[in-house]
Structure formats: structure tokens, C-alpha cells
Design a protein around this ligand. Structure first.
Ligand code: CU
Length: 470
């Protein structure tokens, strides 16, 4: 096999969890040429870590500090689910039930949020359901949606960006009968790829930097592996790609110019496959890709690249002549019911009823306290200001402006799922005057894909409030 079968029983999974962080990278280094930033250099490539799989039925999950070998052989401090970085890949079939007993072994509160999953509110793991340090929570929900790649990650108030960046994330795969009938590549030929960026300090430990515009790291990680490589057969592979980055948008392509066959996205399978030589993938988005290594000579290297950062993300090396069968489906992949009478526009009116709300909070924008969260929950954008170099950021709450200008109506955009960073905005060094738009303006709802919740510390700027810099 191109790599060992990574499926383990739950018992086996739990048994090895504590000892296996980073164990995959100790051997099998290969050298390859990299051309990042135009300079050719030799890079030792590390075997891609393949997270173990687990069933959500009766799963015990813990979040705790851990260590992981990012591939250089030096250990990095991370946060880990069950000792794994990234967390185990949870796999379930439609109709199954999830019962996850979660324990928080961190020194701060956390939650487990099931991104993309259709779950009852009490099982959502949203920030209001924070699990205190040393506490536990039982997440129970039915698996009642189409086959797709989702993910789970920490989602505590104000700490989501940090905890996810430091490692608290994993893939959640749902399978169903419609998908199974397609005979898509499976087992070792179905590879989850959590693509993200990261930064490490001088000791090799992961670091997170709180940034208003989102955190951008300076190295890529795939499944927690630096300079990753995967030995493949002359076969068709199914790549289940998740952008697990805080703010980075990847533009994926294969180094040999071969196209991907895109068969699914965040919502599951597309109606039909689409060929594409480049695909843009924003934070939290998922791709279901078929990549064809059939017919390639042994020894062929094919690099998965990010064209924007010019990063070599993952090197595939064709090492064995074995076609596991399967072919690229050409007909209908999935029957997607049409929405009946979709609402294309929606106008929200938000009133502000607390006249004594203060205008300013002296706190960095990413550490704002409850008033801002309350406004954020309503989809109201706030602005950060830097009164002087070195001074603490000052945040103007739109509610306070409303108090001055007595315009109760706000235009609010539909919720984009909030892992992407807001657009960059340059602080001018002075207060931004704000003004209200004259009336609520209908805002077109996004049609392209199903949208979920917003994420508290990345939501800023994704929701358009009814004021603008004048
Ligand atoms: Cu999420």
C-alpha cells in the first residue's frame, strides 16, 4: 500500500493516542527540488501524516496541550485532540448517531464545534456552551445529512483563532448510499488533507498572533506536516481538502499542469464533476477532488502547490505500479433537490435600546468585551482605531454612534461563514467618522453554497453594517 491503512478500531485508536503524536515523521525522508520564490533549493520532504480514524459513536474526546513533530524532527508544542495534531478523522454514515464525551484538559475554556454539521443547538458547541477547564460535555446528535467533508474545531469566545491555530481541529467525514454507489476511491486512496499555514518560534513551537485582519503564517502545513510528501500508486486518488487556516486563501494547482476533477465542496457532492486546473479555497472551505496518477512512470513527482504564496504544499511521488480500479465518474454524481421558493433578499432591522452604551472601549479589537460581542452577534460591524502609535486600540461601537445620530436602522449583510479574515483596512491614525445610510438596503443572500454560523473572532468585516466611513 502507498501507506499503512489508517483505520483503527476505537479501542485501538484510544490506546495509541497518547504515544503517537508526530510518530509518523521519523523516517522516510526524501529530497526534492523546490522552487519557491524563484530560488531552487533542496528540501527534505517528510511523510504526510494521516490522522487516525474514529467513529463518533461512543467517542471519548479530550483537548489538551501536546507535542507534535511537524516534520523537521523537532517537537512543537501544540494543542491536540486525543493527543493528535490534527485531531482524529471522525467518520460516520448518514443515519448513525454521534455521542462524543468531551473533556477539557486545557487551562482555559473551550468547546467543540461541528462545522458544517446539522446539529441541535445544544450540541453545536457554540461559544455560549463553553466547557470550563477540567469540565466535560456530552455532544449528542444524529448524522442526518448528505455525504460530505465537514470538520470539528474549538470555538470558545475570543479564543477560537488561537486554539484552532495551535491544533484543535480535525476532519469529519460523512458517507451515504448515494456516494457509495459511485465507487469513488476509498481506503488509502481517499486522503484527507487539512491545508493551513503556521508560524513557529525560534524553538520550533507553533505560535499564534492575534491580528485584526486574521493571522497569516509563514510556512504551510498539510495534516500538521511541513514539506509533506505522499507515496502514491499509479491509481486514482480522492483528496478531501479542508482549508484549516485562520485567514489564508489558497489557490491550489498541480505542478505538472494536470487538472483536478472537482466532485464536491462544502455541501457535499456536486451534481456533476468539473475539471479545473486551479481552485481557490478560502478558510474553512472544503474540496472533494479526484487526482489521476494512472499511467505516470514510477518515480514521477507531482507537487500540489499554492500558486498565490508559491508554496509547495505536498509532493506526490509515484512509487508503485498498482491501479486499484475505479474511474472518474462522468454522469450525475448526486441529485440535489432544488429549493422551493428561495428567499433571495432579506432586510433586517436592528434597533438599539440601551441609550447609555459607552462609545469606546479601551481594549484591542480582538479582546473586546461583551458589548461588542452583543453587537457582533447582531451582525453589526465595529471599527478599530489607533489613536497614536503604540497606543491601545480604541473601538467605536456603532450603537454609540446611533445614540448620537438617532438612526435606528442598520443594513446588515447575510452571514458569510466566518473563517475568512475581513478585508484589510488601514488604520488612519484618527477616528473614522461614521455615518448612517439613509435607509435599510436589501442585501442579496449568497446563493453559491450553504452557509452556517459566523465565528466570533473572525466575523468582523464579513457582515456589512449600515454605516460607512465618510
Ligand atoms: Cu467552524
Amino acid at each position: 500500500m502507498a501507506h499503512d491503512d489508517h483505520r483503527l478500531s476505537r479501542r485501538g485508536f484510544l490506546g495509541v493516542a497518547a504515544a503517537s503524536v508526530g510518530a509518523a515523521s521519523a523516517s522516510g525522508l526524501t529530497a526534492s527540488r523546490a522552487s519557491a520564490a524563484g530560488a531552487s533549493r533542496t528540501v527534505l520532504r517528510n511523510p504526510l501524516r494521516i490522522p487516525l480514524e474514529a467513529s463518533p459513536a461512543g467517542l471519548t474526546l479530550s483537548a489538551a496541550p501536546g507535542i507534535a513533530d511537524l516534520g523537521s524532527g523537532r517537537m512543537s508544542n501544540v494543542l491536540a485532540y486525543n493527543g493528535f495534531f490534527p485531531g482524529p478523522t471522525i467518520r460516520a454514515r448518514r443515519g448513525d448517531g454521534a455521542s462524543v464525551q468531551f473533556g477539557n484538559a486545557l487551562a482555559e475554556e473551550t468547546t467543540v464545534h461541528w462545522h458544517g454539521m446539522v446539529v441541535p443547538s445544544l450540541a453545536d458547541g457554540h461559544p455560549q456552551q463553553a466547557v470550563a477547564p477540567g469540565g466535560s460535555y456530552l455532544y449528542q446528535f444524529p448524522i442526518a445529512q448528505r455525504a460530505c467533508l465537514n470538520w470539528y474545531h474549538a470555538h470558545p469566545d475570543g479564543l477560537t483563532g488561537k486554539q484552532v491555530c495551535l491544533g484543535l481541529a480535525g476532519a469529519f467525514v460523512i458517507n451515504d448510499a448515494e456516494e457509495a454507489a459511485l465507487g469513488l476511491p476509498s481506503g488509502s486512496y481517499e486522503v484527507p488533507l487539512i491545508v493551513r499555514d503556521a508560524s513557529v518560534d525560534s524553538r520550533g513551537n507553533l505560535v499564534y498572533k492575534d491580528r485584526t485582519s486574521g493571522f497569516l503564517g509563514n510556512i504551510p502545513l498539510v495534516n500538521g506536516t511541513r514539506d509533506a510528501k505522499l507515496d502514491v500508486d499509479t491509481a486514482l486518488y480522492r483528496l478531501r481538502v479542508l482549508n484549516g487556516a485562520n485567514a489564508r486563501v489558497f489557490r491550489l494547482a498541480l505542478g505538472n499542469g494536470a487538472p483536478f476533477t472537482l466532485i464536491g465542496n462544502d455541501g457535499g457532492l456536486l451534481e456533476t464533476g468539473v475539471e479545473a486546473s486551479q481552485i481557490v479555497l478560502g478558510p474553512a472551505e472544503r474540496l472533494d477532488l479526484l487526482v489521476d496518477f494512472r499511467g505516470l512512470p514510477l518515480g514521477t513527482s507531482v507537487m500540489l502547490r499554492d500558486l498565490d504564496a508559491r508554496w509547495d504544499l505536498l509532493e506526490f511521488v509515484v512509487t508503485r505500479s498498482l491501479d486499484a480500479g475505479g474511474s472518474i465518474p462522468t454522469g450525475t454524481l448526486s441529485t440535489i433537490p432544488k429549493l422551493a421558493g428561495p428567499v433571495r433578499t432579506r432586510t433586517l432591522h436592528i434597533r438599539r435600546d440601551e441609550p447609555d452604551q459607552r462609545a469606546c472601549l479601551l481594549a484591542p479589537a480582538d479582546r473586546l468585551q461583551r458589548p461588542v460581542r452583543a453587537y457582533r452577534a447582531l451582525g453589526v460591524q465595529h471599527r478599530r482605531q489607533c489613536p497614536a502609535p503604540g497606543a491601545r486600540a480604541r473601538c467605536l461601537l456603532p450603537g454609540a454612534i446611533a445614540h448620537r445620530r438617532t438612526r435606528p436602522d442598520l443594513r446588515v449583510g447575510a452571514g458569510l461563514e466566518g473563517h475568512r479574515s475581513p478585508p484589510r483596512r488601514r488604520d488612519s491614525g484618527r477616528a473614522h467618522p461614521l455615518r448612517w445610510l439613509p435607509r435599510p438596503v436589501p442585501h442579496a443572500l449568497p446563493q453559491a453554497r450553504a452557509r452556517g454560523h459566523g465565528h466570533d473572532d473572525q466575523l468582523r468585516g464579513r457582515l456589512t453594517a449600515g454605516f460607512a466611513a465618510s
